[in-house]
Ligand binder design. Structure first.
Ligand code: ADP
Ligand code: MG
Length: 313
């Protein structure tokens, strides 16, 4: 397919609108106008790095789009529009691309975000770059956690990391369907974050592993975090694995859940909101005065953990 035909067939007329989007795909620039602050984040997914070579179109759509969108949840922003930059190797056929676009459209619809532009080129490796844009009158930063706040996480932890050996090696048997789902289709707490925004003092999405991502909040906020291993919501079947399961939950990446802090006085309201929209949240610790340290406890007992989060380089 010719480039313009391809764009028209796959990416135009999805029927998802954003109130501030005055001009989308088809002109030289998209045009956006809004009175609200705009939050912007870009993520790149590379074949063989962020998804295995040979992944299906829908799988690549999920692994490129959901981690990108997760950054809007982390700011408690309202999804508005995204752009899509594709580098396509000649080996991919039209069917692959239609399946990719179809799944991307479903996800965009599910999370209420419009595709507003992009770029399409050829290259040797499949690369998908997605820039997400969201709005919020009260964006939630990493840097405002307050001593005595509660520390919470959404969803469950460790499933995606536990699935990874099986994702990379189809012969690998020690995996369950929930973990594979966590890896391929994380359920993002976008709606919860957006509605809870006024109650949150800080937030971060868990992309590289709880241990490192929690430290980002602690350092940015100039506080310490006191976290309890027994309170962590491990993905199903991981608690039974003892220390190996805990390692996936604490240092494994790719959860795309949120760690957030909120005043103790917000506890009941957060639980009520989470209940109302069916979002699992768990209280895992508290903020203390400090200078960026993470202190782990098992009950009342301080413990030290040897793990680090995922490092890209
Ligand atoms: P230009 O040559 O001005 O860069 P392009 O030919 O790259 O324009 O793109 C034409 C239109 O199609 C633009 O509005 C651009 O945003 C949009 N577009 C190109 N590739 C994609 C894509 N992969 N997804 C969505 N929109 C795209
Ligand atoms: Mg272009």
């Amino acid at each position: 397919m010719h480039e313009f035909e391809l764009i028209k067939k796959c990416f135009c007329d999805w029927g998802i609108s954003a109130p501030g989007l005055r001009t989308g795909i088809g002109d030289d620039c998209l045009v956006w106008q809004s009175d609200l602050p705009l939050m912007v984040s870009t993520d790149t997914a590379v074949e063989g790095v962020h998804f295995p070579s040979g992944s299906t179109g829908p799988q690549v759509a999920q692994r490129a789009f959901l981690p990108a969108l997760s950054d809007l949840a982390a700011m408690a922003a309202n999804p508005a529009f995204f752009t899509l930059t594709l580098t396509l190797p000649p080996s991919l056929d039209d069917d692959w691309l239609s399946a990719f676009a179809g799944r991307l459209r479903e996800l965009a619809d599910q999370y209420g975000i419009a595709l507003a532009g992009g770029d399409t080129t050829k290259g040797n490796t499949l690369v998908v770059t997605i820039s997400v844009h969201g709005t919020s009158a009260t964006p939630v930063l990493r840097s405002n956690a307050q001593p005595d706040d509660d520390v919470w996480v959404t969803g469950t932890l460790g499933g995606a990391a536990a699935a990874l050996p099986a994702v990379l090696d189809p012969e690998y048997r020690d995996v369950n369907a929930n973990w594979l789902q966590d890896y391929w289709v994380p359920q993002l707490p976008v709606e919860f974050a957006r509605r809870a925004a006024p109650l949150l003092t800080s937030a971060i999405d868990l992309s590289d592993g709880l241990i490192g991502d929690a430290a980002h909040v602690a350092k940015a906020s100039k506080v310490g975090l006191h976290l309890r291993v027994e309170s962590l919501p491990l993905a199903c079947g991981l608690r039974e694995k003892g220390i190996a399961g805990l390692k996936y939950a604490i240092s494994g990446g790719d959860d795309y859940q949120l760690l957030f802090t909120a005043a103790k006085s917000s506890r009941q309201e957060l639980i009520r909101l989470a209940d109302e929209i069916g979002q699992k949240i768990s209280l895992i610790g508290r903020v203390e005065s400090g200078a960026g340290e993470i202190c782990w406890y098992d009950g009342d007992q301080p413990i030290s953990l040897p793990w680090q989060s995922y490092q890209h380089f």
